[in-house]
Design a protein around this ligand. Structure first.
Ligand code: ADE
Length: 250
C-alpha cells in the first residue's frame, strides 16, 4: 500500500512514521509513505503557495497551480492509474469512520493532500480532489495530523502490519461495537480484581462475557452504533435487560 502525501510541512510526519508499528511496516515494505513538498512545485522566486482570497476576507488560501502540478507529478512519477483516489484533508469533508478506513484499505495507492492556511482555492476541491475527509468536528492547523491519522488507521488493515490480524479485527469499531474491557496481570491490583470468568479457562464463557461487556459498553457510551450492527436474539435480550434495570443509562 502506498500513500503519496502532498504537504507544505513534510517534517510533521517524521516522528509518527519512525516509531512503532508504522516504522516496522515501512521497514518490511508493507506500506510506503512518499512525502512531497508542495512548495517544490511553486515556480516563482519566492516559492509562493498561498494568496489572498478574491473578494477579501481573512487569511490566505492555497493557490491551485502548485497543488495541481504536485499532484500531476506524483501521478506521472509513480505511474498511478487515473482512478487512484485523491483525498483532500479538510474539516468540510465526510467524517472518517472505520467503514471508510476499510474501503480505503482496499486501494493500492492513495494520494493525500494536506490543506493549510484558511483553506484551498475551490478549483482544487472541484477539479483535483476526488474525496474530502475530515477526522472530526474541530479545526486543526492543517491537514497533516489528519492525514497521519488516516494513514495509521488504514495501515493497520494492511495484512502483516498489526501483529495478528485478529487483533485488528477485534478492535473497537471493526466489530461495530466498542471493545470489551481487557485485563492483564496481576490478577489483583490494589484490591481491584480481574473478573473471575477471565481466569476460569472456560473459553465459551469468556466469549459470552466479552460479547455482553461489548454490548453493555456500546449501549452505555455509543448507543447510536447499535442500529448498525447485526445483533442476535440473545444480544437483543441482553440489551433489553440493561435498559430495564437501568445499567445502560447509569
Ligand atoms: N484540517 C483542519 N482540520 C481538519 C479536520 N478536522 N479534519 C481533516 N483535515 C483538517
Amino acid at each position: 500500500m502506498r500513500f503519496h502525501v502532498l504537504t507544505l510541512f513534510p517534517g510533521i510526519f517524521q516522528g509518527p512514521l519512525s516509531e512503532s508499528i508504522l516504522s516496522r511496516a515501512i521497514g518490511k515494505g508493507l506500506i510506503e509513505v512518499a512525502l512531497h513538498d508542495i512548495r517544490d512545485q511553486a515556480d516563482d522566486r519566492h516559492r509562493t503557495v498561498d494568496d489572498y482570497p478574491f473578494g477579501g476576507g481573512a487569511g490566505m488560501l492555497m493557490k491551485p497551480e502548485p497543488l495541481f502540478k504536485a499532484t500531476e507529478s506524483v501521478f506521472e512519477s509513480a505511474s498511478l492509474p487515473a482512478e487512484t483516489p485523491v483525498i483532500l484533508m479538510t474539516p468540510q469533508g465526510r467524517k472518517l469512520d472505520q467503514r471508510i478506513v476499510e474501503d480505503l484499505a482496499t486501494k493500492k495507492d492513495l494520494v493525500i493532500i494536506c490543506g493549510r492556511y484558511e483553506g484551498v482555492d475551490e478549483r482544487i476541491r472541484e477539479h483535483l480532489a476526488t474525496d474530502e475527509i475530515s477526522i472530526g468536528d474541530y479545526v486543526l492547523s492543517g491537514g497533516e495530523l489528519a492525514a497521519m491519522v488516516l494513514i495509521d488507521a488504514v495501515s493497520r488493515l494492511v495484512p502483516g502490519v498489526v501483529g495478528s490480524m485478529e487483533s485488528a479485527l477485534d478492535d473497537s469499531h471493526t466489530t461495530g461495537l466498542l471493545q470489551h474491557p481487557q485485563y492483564t496481570r496481576p490478577a489483583e491490583f490494589r484490591g481491584w480484581s480481574v473478573p473471575d470468568v477471565l481466569l476460569s479457562g472456560n473459553h465459551a464463557e469468556i466469549e459470552r462475557w466479552r460479547r455482553r461487556e461489548s454490548l453493555r459498553r456500546t449501549a452505555l457510551r455509543r448507543p447510536d452504533m447499535l442500529k448498525d450492527v447485526e445483533l442476535t436474539e440473545e444480544d437483543r435480550r441482553f440489551i433489553q435487560g440493561l435498559q430495564e434495570d437501568g445499567t445502560a443509562t447509569a
